[in-house]
Write a protein that binds this ligand. Structure first.
Ligand code: PEP
Ligand code: MN
Length: 342
């Protein structure tokens, strides 16, 4: 259910409606828009007895939202959500016309490795640095990440280079630490339906980058985002990173058609990760160009100065000079569309 307020509704009227909704046992989510505020109602399993809300001062109407996802839906919020990440090098904007860039290694392996790559990432003009301190690996014998010492290295990268930090939490315990260090909390594909982790991340004050599960339908993807938003975290960035198909010449099949599908249904920004999406270094560049052409709100790419010795995802990590080429090429595509790289 969605309560649409009049454009001239006062703060007190909005607050009073929220209080009434909460007193009925539901959760109220005020969503300010450019012209008016709408208030999403969640926590209702059936129809909400809303008569007493509809007659309140400042209310235009109450609209049932039939979709399973509500807060993520464009029905509830027409304008794009802008997720703004402040860095020492300036703000990175997800959800505007610009293409937001995130680059860095799959995993933080050492201070030297992280600093070396961060230097190149910054030189390429990218302001958000990615790298996992906690790695969800298929094999328990593979490198699992450095844990908190890895987060400390990321904090040192921010300090030294001014880059914002995107890093993954793999469970509720790691999230407690990750949110202290990160500028953006990543939730990985394998955790897209880890509902307790989603709820915990939904209560965090840090923005969340939510990756699509490798077999998730569009509805499941959006419902995972709904978990985050229903707990009060509205700074959600979606990420397409490829899904499993019968196609076996790439690690995953990058589903670029999900980008306009998400943008039609949801106001949330969506970025594309061509590294996990293809698993092949030589495919990252062409798929990055395609992602920008299709309207992706950003790109997340893995970069390593010595991919042959990377502790994870070396085969899909591009070299620093390839990152520079990638930025040059996607800038040309973006230009044609009246977009800039951010
Ligand atoms: C990653 O970003 O390194 C990662 C593990 O991604 P995904 O969850 O998409 O596999
Ligand atoms: Mn990776």
């Amino acid at each position: 259910m969605l309560v649409v307020m009049q454009s001239q509704a006062t703060e007190e009227q909005i607050r009073a409606v929220c209080e009434r909704i909460e007193s009925l046992g539901y959760k109220a989510h005020p969503i300010p828009g450019s012209g008016r505020t709408a208030i999403g109602i969640t926590g209702n399993t059936g129809t909400v007895d809303i008569a007493s809300v509809e007659s309140m001062p400042g209310v235009v109407e109450c609209i049932p939202v039939s979709k399973p996802y509500k807060l993520v839906s464009r029905d509830v919020k027409e304008e794009n959500t802008i997720v703004r990440i402040r860095t020492h090098l300036g703000d990175v904007i997800f959800g505007g016309t610009d293409v937001a860039m995130v680059a860095g290694p799959c995993a933080i392996e050492s201070r030297e490795q992280a600093f070396q790559i961060a230097k190149h990432v910054k030189a390429a003009g990218v302001r958000l640095f990615r790298g996992g301190a906690y790695k969800p690996r298929t094999s328990p014998y593979s490198f699992q990440g450095l844990g908190e010492p890895g987060l400390k290295i990321l904090a040192a990268v921010r300090e030294e280079f001014g880059l914002g930090i995107v890093t993954e939490a793999i469970d509720n315990e790691s999230l407690d630490l990750v949110e202290q260090y990160a500028d953006v909390i990543q939730i990985g594909a394998r955790n897209m339906q880890n509902f307790s982790l989603l709820k915990r991340a939904g209560r965090s004050r840090k923005p969340v980058l939510l990756k699509r599960g490798m077999s998730a339908t569009l509805d499941e993807f959006l419902m995972a985002a709904e978990y985050l938003m229903s707990e009060g975290n509205y700074n959600v960035i979606l990420c397409e990173r490829g899904v499993r198909t019968f196609s076996d010449y790439t690690r995953n099949t990058l589903d670029l058609s999900v980008v306009p599908a998400v943008q039609r249904r949801s106001h949330l920004p969506i970025v594309v990760d061509p590294s996990h999406g293809t698993g092949r270094r030589n495919k990252v560049l062409p798929l990055s160009r395609a992602a920008v052409a299709v309207g992706s709100n950003g790109l997340l790419v893995e970069v390593h100065h010595d991919p042959d010795h990377a502790l994870s995802d070396g085969p899909q990590s591009i070299l620093p000079e390839e990152l520079e080429q990638l930025i040059r090429e996607v800038r040309q595509i973006a230009d044609v569309l009246g977009r800039a790289i951010n």
